[in-house]
Design a protein around this ligand. Structure first.
Ligand code: NAD
Length: 449
């Protein structure tokens, strides 16, 4: 099949590379000309395990191409197509507006552009996460771009991949949600996803509005689990209870499960925070008081300060005499994405308190530095280093903020020789508190006695 994907970010590029890997012909489009030039040379602009190999395979097999022109990509898709009609997927960002709602202006702008280029029956599929009712707005936008209503159908096809495991998630999806009110469009999308649906049935068909809400509900529920365990961890902290025992105790119940109940420094990334905010806004818009959703969001905002508050409680509010080492800057392991990463608020707080900060991340340093944009007075107190041990030089404490595998079992003896004092704030509960305390370390975790 011939597919055009508009928006070549995390979702668009993974989708394009995986669809081309299974034999489809894919043209990726983006407004970022520099990004597309790099991609045409096989250079992936962000860190995602396994993606570069797929992109190179796609380029070598001539099934994957990159362009800044939607009309050119659409023409090429029509020329390359086999029997079926072309599919144009929208995968541009839907960031938070100031009021918390999802800003779908990029999606609708792309829809208008699509309307101005399609000249035969085409399926327009939205992979972007969009509020309920957006598929109908996409249809209006495609029409207002100039397309006849009989020439297209809109499908809501939300994406559930996780950054850091995106290729695997796409290749072996837990489910493929197709929201469509048109049988012809559903058929075409089933054909598109057939290679991913071989071993067992993964496709779920539903209406467009149901598909749109499924995506938000999924992210909000995962965020709920994180905020819930973080609240329990705060309780543990005050009551002198070990949250790790509690976590294992509840996770063994199959109705609860072990995943997403790890306490830590809060959730971040490009999805959970904005999607929870968008759902709160959507609920308020229809007169529902979003008690649960609001609490999830508020707990997370609090949780981002948990470790900083512990550091200030330990050293006092003036950190100007201290160097603090930070391990991990991305919002989670396996990605260089720092959007809404807890490390951003923690490092900003440390700098505001006067600390010198020496930070290390295996892949996210450049992105973090760009996102941090510290004020001039603090910028000379923030240093990125190339090795985790180098970050510890002269540090009064180390803060672990992202649980990269390489941080799991460090050489604590070596660490002690580099640091001013043996002190660790474990924002992801990765280390053994008993072992460290027995060896003379000051250990502070999240809800660990
Ligand atoms: N990142 C994830 O893990 C993830 C997972 C599931 C769903 N989503 C959703 O998918 C959507 C995209 O997310 P993302 O993380 O891939 O975003 P992203 O910011 O990484 O990528 C978006 C891309 O769209 C491009 N773009 C913007 N306007 C354009 C236009 N008019 N024409 C062509 N290209 C344009 C940008 O240049 C950028 O490269 C969002 O709605 C997000 O919520 C993201």
């Amino acid at each position: 099949m011939s597919i055009v994907i508009v928006g070549t970010g995390y979702v668009g590029l993974v989708t394009g590379a995986c669809l081309s890997e299974v034999g489809h012909s894919v043209a990726c489009v983006d407004v970022d000309a520099k990004r597309m030039k790099r991609l045409a040379n096989g250079e992936v602009p962000f860190y995602e395990p396994g993606l570069e190999d797929l992109v190179r395979n796609g380029i070598d097999s001539k099934r994957l191409s990159f362009s800044t022109s939607l009309p050119d990509a659409y023409r090429a898709a029509k020329a390359n197509r086999t029997l079926s009609a072309p599919v144009v997927m929208i995968a541009v960002g839907t960031p938070s507006s100031e009021d918390g709602s999802a800003d779908v202006s990029g999606v609708l702008q792309v829809a208008r552009e699509i309307g101005s280029v399609i000249d035969e029956y085409t399926v327009v599929a939205s992979k972007s996460t969009v509020p309920v009712g957006t598929s109908e707005k996409i249809a209006h936008a495609v029409e207002s771009g100039g397309a006849d209503r009989s020439k297209f159908d809109v499908v809501s096809n939300p994406e559930f991949l996780k950054e850091g495991a995106a290729v695997d998630d796409f290749m072996r999806p837990s489910r493929i949600v197709l929201g469509s009110n048109a049988a012809a469009a559903t058929e075409l999308m089933l054909e598109l996803y057939r290679p991913f649906n071989m071993s067992h049935e993964r496709v779920m068909t539903m209406g467009t509005r149901e598909a749109e809400l499924t995506k938000y509900a999924a992210n909000a529920l995962l965020a709920t689990k994180i905020s819930f365990i973080n609240e329990i961890a705060n309780l543990c902290d005050k009551l002198g209870v070990d949250v790790d025992s509690v976590r294992r105790g509840i996770g063994s119940d199959p109705r609860i499960g072990h995943s997403f109940i790890y306490p830590g420094a809060g959730y971040g990334g490009s999805c959970f925070p904005k999607d929870v905010r968008a759902l709160i806004h959507a609920a308020q818009g229809v007169g529902i008081d979003p008690y649960v959703l609001t609490a999830i969001h508020q707990r997370n905002e609090q949780q981002k300060h948990f470790l900083l508050d512990k550091v200030l409680a330990h050293f006092g509010n003036d950190l100007s005499a201290h160097t603090i080492a930070v391990w991990g800057l991305s919002f989670k392991p396996g990605t260089d994405d720092v959007r809404e990463a807890p490390a951003l608020s923690t490092v900003r707080g440390l700098l505001e308190a006067g600390a010198n900060v020496r930070a290390f991340d295996p892949v996210a340093s450049a992105q973090f530095e760009a996102a941090l944009t510290p004020a001039n007075s603090t910028s000379n107190r923030f240093t990125i280093v190339q090795d985790k041990y180098e970050a510890l030089q002269g540090a009064s404490a180390m803060l672990l903020l992202t649980e990269w595998k390489e941080f799991r079992n460090p050489d604590f003896e070596r660490m002690r020789t580099l640091m001013k004092q043996p002190c660790v704030f474990d924002g992801r509960n990765q280390f053994d508190p008993n072992r460290l305390r027995a060896a003379g370390w000051t250990y502070v975790g999240v809800g660990r006695t």
